[in-house]
Design a protein. Structure first.
Length: 171
């Protein structure tokens, strides 16, 4: 069944003029979600008591606080699918200066982990997230099983974007 291009909600109709126009609709949704998510992270962190954090700094803080174990810079970059390690390194340095992180070592590898203040901030963010975001999503009646399937699909599609990006470098 073919989709009528006029039924699609896209940001760039010329990109929907192809063999799989629904991807353009997905990409428009992804644009809206990614900007909304970044805005949410920054404002939730401000509500938790730490204004002026960038979205990347919020992500990095939560990533190295994950399971309360020290993380290597390379591992943080891999988990977040970030190629530019210097941007993560800069975020880590800012978090250390803010007293939210401390660096360490595992063998010769540098590591980073949350300080008590950083862990407390993550917990406050979690509480705000529960009250403001998750309660609202629960009220929408979103099926948790559907959310898991959507999450898995997004991870699969991210792999296709990564593969296509690699191909584009030699195009």
């Amino acid at each position: 069944m073919s989709t009528d291009q006029n039924d699609l909600v896209v940001s760039s109709a010329h990109l929907a003029d192809g063999s799989f126009p629904e991807v353009s609709e997905f990409e428009f949704g992804l644009i809206l979600v990614s900007h909304g998510f970044e805005r949410w992270m920054v404002r939730a962190m401000a509500a938790a008591g730490m204004p002026d954090m960038s979205p990347l700094e919020v992500l990095v803080l939560h990533t190295f606080h994950h399971r309360e174990r020290a993380k290597k810079l390379a591992d943080i970059c891999m988990v977040l699918n970030i190629e530019d390690t210097h941007t993560v390194n800069y975020a880590v340095k800012k978090l250390i200066r803010a007293g939210l992180a401390k660096d360490g070592r595992i063998g010769k590898e540098k590591t980073v982990e949350a300080t008590e203040e950083g862990a407390a901030l993550c917990e406050k963010y979690r509480q705000i997230r529960e009250r403001l975001l998750l309660d609202a999503l629960n009220e929408l009646g979103i099926d948790p099983g559907q959310m898991r399937k959507l999450s898995a699909l997004m991870r699969l599609i991210s792999g296709q974007y990564d593969q296509s990006a690699r191909a584009a470098t030699t195009y």
